[in-house]
Design a binder for this molecule. Structure first.
Ligand SMILES: [Fe+2]
Ligand SMILES: [Fe+2]
Length: 194
C-alpha cells in the first residue's frame, strides 16, 4: 500500500508552510505550488501535526525546518560564490527547489515515540531521498529536481554531474554536520576510512 496521498493544501496549511520556509515564496509557479503540495501531502501522511514538529534526524533536538532553511541559505551562498568567482551558470529557481525539497520524505521516515527515534516501516523499504522523489514525479516536477532529491543521500549509488547537485551536497553536509556535532553521532566530516 502507498504510504502517502497527494492532497491539495488548504489555506491554513499553505500559510504554515510559507511561514516555516520563508524562501518558498521566491519559487515561480508551478514549482511553488508543487512544493507547497509536496510538503503538505508529506506532512498529512506523517505522524506529525505541524511541520515545525518534525525532527531533523535521529537523536537531534533540532527541527527539520531549521535544517532545511540552513541548507537553503548555505546553498544560495555557495551559488553566489560559484557564479561570481567561477562563472558557473546555475538555474536559481531549480537550485532553490532542490535545496527546499531535498529532505521532503523525512516526516515519513522517522517517528519520535516517547523521546525515542524509530524508523517507520517505509524507511526500511525505500531509501531516503527516493520517497520524496516519487512524490515529486507524481506532481509533475522536472526530472533534474527529482534526480537531485533522489540521489542526495550520502549512501546513494550515484550522484549526477549538475552543479545544483554539487551545491546541495556541500550545503547539506555542512549544515547537517553543524547539528550532528550536538548529538552522540559522528559528523560526516569525521567519518574517515580506516
Ligand atoms: Fe537528506
Ligand atoms: Fe538535509
Amino acid at each position: 500500500m502507498k504510504s502517502y496521498s497527494i492532497v491539495e493544501p488548504d489555506v491554513k496549511t499553505r500559510a504554515a508552510l510559507e511561514a516555516a520556509f520563508p524562501r518558498l515564496c521566491e519559487l515561480p509557479d508551478p514549482l511553488r505550488h508543487a512544493a507547497l503540495t509536496a510538503w503538505g501531502s508529506m506532512l498529512a501522511a506523517s505522524s506529525y501535526t505541524a511541520i515545525t514538529d518534525v525532527p531533523f534526524s535521529h537523536g537531534s533536538q533540532a527541527r527539520l525546518v531549521d535544517h532545511t532553511n540552513d541548507v537553503i541559505e548555505a546553498g544560495l551562498a555557495l551559488y553566489q560564490t560559484a557564479q561570481t568567482q567561477w562563472g558557473w551558470r546555475v538555474d536559481r529557481a531549480r537550485l532553490l527547489a532542490i535545496l527546499l525539497l531535498h529532505d521532503l520524505d523525512k516526516p515519513l521516515l522517522m517517528d519520535r515515540v516517547e523521546g525515542t527515534d524509530i524508523d517507520t516501516p517505509v524507511a526500511a523499504r525505500i531509501p531516503h531521498g527516493v520517497l520524496g522523489a516519487l512524490m515529486l514525479a507524481e506532481l509533475g516536477v522536472e526530472e533534474d529536481i527529482i534526480a537531485a532529491v533522489a540521489t542526495h543521500a550520502t549512501h546513494a549509488p550515484l550522484r549526477g554531474p549538475d552543479p545544483e547537485v554539487l551545491i546541495l551536497h556541500y550545503a547539506d553536509l555542512f549544515c547537517a554536520d553543524a547539528l550532528l556535532q550536538d548529538t552522540a553521532r559522528l559528523p560526516f566530516f569525521r567519518r574517515c576510512r580506516k
